[in-house]
Write a protein that binds this ligand. Structure first.
Ligand SMILES: Nc1nc2c(ncn2[C@@H]2O[C@H](COP(=O)(O)OP(=O)(O)O)[C@@H](O)[C@H]2O)c(=O)[nH]1
Ligand SMILES: [Mg+2]
Length: 289
């Protein structure tokens, strides 16, 4: 998995060859580098403490053990698999402006289309006309249907129509794009609650993933915002975007701890194919290369 396209060596790579065993010098250096890689202080301390008990390990064993420790820390947050078993199933994308919601929808649309699924995009970001246009381009490019209203329309009405269209046209997956106006947090949360209520009323029994999109390049800072978001909007999973643009992928490991929600997908570029299902082990191993 090409997680760190440009930087073949992560922040941690050289460490394991430079130190031949687990001693305090190694552990100090490791803690520092984990923090630099944006795992957050708590994750770094916990990993180092767990490794301190493994003094007998050498070379690649240390690397493998550390990966295992990091992965175990993530598993508490739940399964990374998308739960979309019903027809139709719904995905609602939430998150602040610019994190990559609309782009991720384009990628998901291609992904599901390639599996032979009928995808319906729902332009519930009615805040800017450009938002629906951007989604329209993705719909065209990936062969998906789209339901959109005019600028300034009621997002709830678009979702309502999209649910009706999904039933009428036999869509497999409905993907809802939303606006990310965090400056008016209470309104935003109320709106998201309203949208999920409309979905459960109009498509009773449909599986619904509420995916919070986070930009990996904002690291620990982004997490503070996300915490409020996740608490208020019933988020079921995280999409971590722009991992290609940072060597600090370690933020993945503090997301589970901070938000209590599993990372389900990662974005590794601007292209339509640059989306990966999240695999904690694969990710940890790539980060420790
Ligand atoms: N490098 C990189 N850029 C991304 C990724 N995902 C989205 N972007 C870019 O981030 C910018 C904002 O994306 P957009 O989908 O419009 O964000 P939204 O406001 O949340 O809908 C665009 O320039 C995207 O091309 C990613 O995984 N990697
Ligand atoms: Mg958008």
């Amino acid at each position: 998995m090409a997680l760190f396209k440009e930087k073949k060596k992560g922040l941690l790579g050289g460490l394991f060859s430079a130190f031949s065993r687990v001693d305090e010098d190694f552990l100090d250096e490791l803690e520092e580098r984990l923090i630099l890689a944006d795992t957050g202080v708590e994750t770094a301390e916990e990993a180092v403490d767990a490794l301190r008990r493994e003094k007998k390990l050498k070379g690649p064993e240390v690397q493998a053990k550390l990966a295992e420790i990091l992965v175990a820390g993530m598993e508490q947050a739940g399964s990374p698999a998308l739960r979309l078993t019903t027809k139709p199933s719904v995905i609602i994308m939430v998150g602040v402006n610019g994190v990559g919601k609309t782009t991720t929808i384009g990628k998901l649309s291609k992904w599901f289309s390639r599996q032979g699924k009928k995808v319906l995009l729902c332009a519930a970001d009615t805040f800017r006309a450009a938002a629906a246009e951007q989604l329209g381009i993705w719909a065209q490019r990936t062969g998906a249907d789209i339901v959109r209203h005019g600028e300034g329309g009621d997002p709830g009405a678009v979702v309502f129509d999209a649910c009706a269209a999904a039933r009428a046209r036999g869509a497999d997956i409905v993907i809802v794009d939303t606006a990310g106006r965090l400056h008016n947090k209470q309104n935003l949360m109320n709106e998201l609650t309203k949208l999920t209520k409309i979905v459960s009323r109009e498509l009773p029994g449909a599986d619904c993933e509420i995916l919070l999109v986070l930009d990996a390049t904002t690291g620990q800072n982004g997490l503070v915002q996300a915490q409020q978001f996740a608490a208020a909007s019933g988020v079921t999973g995280i999409v971590l975007t722009k991992l290609d643009g940072t060597a600090k992928g370690g933020v993945v490991f503090s997301i589970a701890r901070t938000l209590g929600v599993p990372v389900k997908l990662v974005g590794v570029g601007e292209g339509v194919d640059d989306l990966r299902p999240f695999d904690a082990r694969e990710f940890a191993e790539a980060m420790l290369q």
